[in-house]
Ligand binder design. Structure first.
Ligand SMILES: *Cc1c(COP(=O)(O)O)cnc(C)c1O
Length: 377
């Protein structure tokens, strides 16, 4: 059968239930924590206990796996739990390279836990391929990156990084939360692991927390991730799994509109006199534009920009919006923005005057009107 398109996968990938005849179309929420033995005890593949498996979780894992074009997926109760599982699946004593412009939580995870897990970590600029090449060591087992990165939307060439890593036998993991499988499929580009905070675009309504890890052609690695999921138990509830699957069914259409609205907002911001620099890979002036064009379907819904007047002015501008909410996080249907450094704290390398905007699905004219009045003095 011909490969289904992403809109179709998003709808049908989580609709599968176990019984075949006269079944519900939409799967129900299965809340039982325990399952009865068959005559003669449990059989291979049977559900036994909810931490181990649950039908709603299976449905969610299946749809995300298909969206990412992987062959295995494990979902977690948060993006951070998903990220942690990958670092914990790496052998003790390994060296790992982490992009220096990553989600603040990932950086904090390394600061707080790498030593405990006996991982040697170097933070480097992953967009610099020569630097990546010379930073690989004999015991480098994992390269971790985001593209577009958070919050500066730096673009990293996933194919080129994967080639470099493969030569040394190291794995490449891409946090695909920002581009989403609608705009980029890291496994297709040669990465070994794709990771999500499903809290963001896949959930899409700022009302569910979740994470996912997807792999392809690496059962050994996946089994270790599965072990972390089942033994450490940071799993989503049946209700959260069900709601996440429900949200994902309309995700490709939401993503198209996020892409479209962000393009219009970026165009407006790039011409505004108060905006010093704009970070949005869809603009030809962005240094990573060509690579982004080659590895992504579209450029996503996130924009960061630097404003004249430093931190004070940036905080003031954010406080002046009427519709756009001042809040952290991203990927919801409502537009939100924040002075990023205030969220990340003083030790963060994020510029003082950076505002991060998650462009929502309101009419783009209304978003631009609000930006216009907030930026006016
Ligand atoms: C939000 C986010 C995370 C963390 O996910 P949680 O669901 O909040 O645990 C990780 N990576 C990126 C890129 C994010 O935006």
């Amino acid at each position: 059968m011909k490969k289904k398109k992403i809109e179709t996968i998003a709808i049908h990938g989580s609709m599968k239930t176990r019984s075949l005849e006269n079944d519900t179309i939409v799967p129900g929420i299965e809340v039982s924590t325990i399952y009865e033995h068959r005559n003669g005890g449990y059989q291979e593949g049977d559900d036994k206990y909810i931490r181990h498996s649950n039908p709603n979780r299976d449905q969610l894992e299946n749809v995300i796996m298909e969206l990412e074009e992987g062959d295995s997926c494990a979902v977690f109760s948060s993006g951070m739990a998903a990220i942690s599982s990958v670092f914990q699946a790496i052998e003790s004593g390994a060296h790992v390279l982490v992009a220096n412009d990553v989600y603040f939580g990932t950086r904090k995870l390394m600061w707080e836990f790498a030593e405990k897990w006996n991982l040697e970590v170097d933070f480097i600029d992953m967009t610099d391929l020569d630097l990546v090449g010379s930073s690989l060591k004999e015991n480098t087992k994992l390269l971790w990156l985001e593209t577009p990165s958070n919050p500066r939307l730096l673009i990293t060439d996933v194919k080129a990084i994967s080639k470099l890593a493969k030569k040394k036998g190291a794995l490449v993991a891409v946090d695909n939360t920002w581009p989403t499988p609608y705009n980029m499929r890291p496994l297709e580009l040669g990465a070994d692991v794709s990771v999500h905070s499903t809290t963001k675009y896949l959930g899409g309504h700022s009302d569910i927390l979740g994470g996912a890890v997807i792999t392809k052609n690496n059962e050994e690695l996946f089994e270790r991730i599965r072990l972390v999921q089942r033994v450490q138990g940071a799993v989503p509830s049946p209700r959260d799994s069900w709601l996440m699957s429900r949200s994902i069914r309309s995700f490709p259409y939401r993503m198209r509109a996020h892409n479209e609205n962000a393009r219009k907002v970026a165009d407006f911001l790039s011409k505004h006199p108060k905006v010093q620099t704009i970070y949005y890979p869809g603009l030809e002036s962005h240094p990573g534009h060509e690579i982004a064009k080659a590895q992504m379907t579209d450029f996503g819904g996130m924009i960061s920009f630097l404003v004249e007047g430093g931190a004070k002015e940036a905080i003031k501008i954010v406080s002046r919006s009427k519709m756009i909410k001042a809040a952290t996080s991203l990927g919801g249907i409502e537009s939100i923005w924040e002075h990023r450094k205030s969220s990340e704290g003083d030790e963060s390398p994020t510029p003082d005057n950076l505002i991060r905007l998650s462009v929502g699905l309101e009419h783009p004219d209304d978003i631009i009107e609000d930006l216009e009045q907030a930026l006016a003095d």
